[in-house]
Each structure stands twice: as structure tokens, then as C-alpha cells.
Design a protein around this ligand. Sequence first.
Ligand SMILES: [Zn+2]
Ligand SMILES: [Zn+2]
Length: 118
Amino acid sequence: MSTSVPPPVKPVSLSKQGDDRLVIVWSDGHRSEYHWTHLREHCPCAGCREERLAPPNPLRILKPAELAPLRPVAFTPIGYYAYKITWSDGHDSGLFTLETLRALCECPACSKSTQAAK
Ligand SMILES: [Zn+2]
Ligand SMILES: [Zn+2]
């Protein structure tokens, strides 16, 4: 029996599921599913956070890149604690820490527990 803090959960495998989803299997056996749009909507970079806080501008013209479905073109590990997603529109300033990724999990079990917490 050890009383030390358990090691942080780490992804043991990352894979694409179909065209629109990412699947992460964690070291504790949990399997997370994410829609790319869900990850992009929760991009933690300052630019996206500001955009989400700003009131919607009805006169804003969508850029062609925004009309095309967004896909990630690269998923780069940053050290041991985060992943950087590069998107098909060139956006790459969002660093998703493992904590953030785990919190964004869309699997039925996690969505249930987030709903219960509300
Ligand atoms: Zn962003
Ligand atoms: Zn989950």
C-alpha cells in the first residue's frame, strides 16, 4: 500500500475515429471521445477565449476557412503535459493540457457526471 499521490493519467493511445472524432485511451483505462468541433470550441488560446466572450457580431463575414469543416492537421505533444492542435485553417495557438482534454471528454459517463454537477 502506498500513500503517495497517484501518477497523473496519461494518454496511452490517440487515434482518429471517422472524419470528425478523436479517441484517447488513458492510462487508467478510460476511453475519451471528442468531436473536433468540440475541441475547437473549447480552444484554450487567448484569441479564441476573447472571441467566445465577445458579443456576436451579426455583420461579421465568415472567412472561407470558417465555412469549410475544420479538421486538425497535426496533433503535437508538448512536453509531457499538453498537446498542440494545428487546424486546417492554420490556427495553432491552442495548447490543450492533459487536464483540459480529460475535462472535455464527451463519453456518456463523463457527460453524465458534468450534467449532474450543474
Ligand atoms: Zn484558439
Ligand atoms: Zn469520459
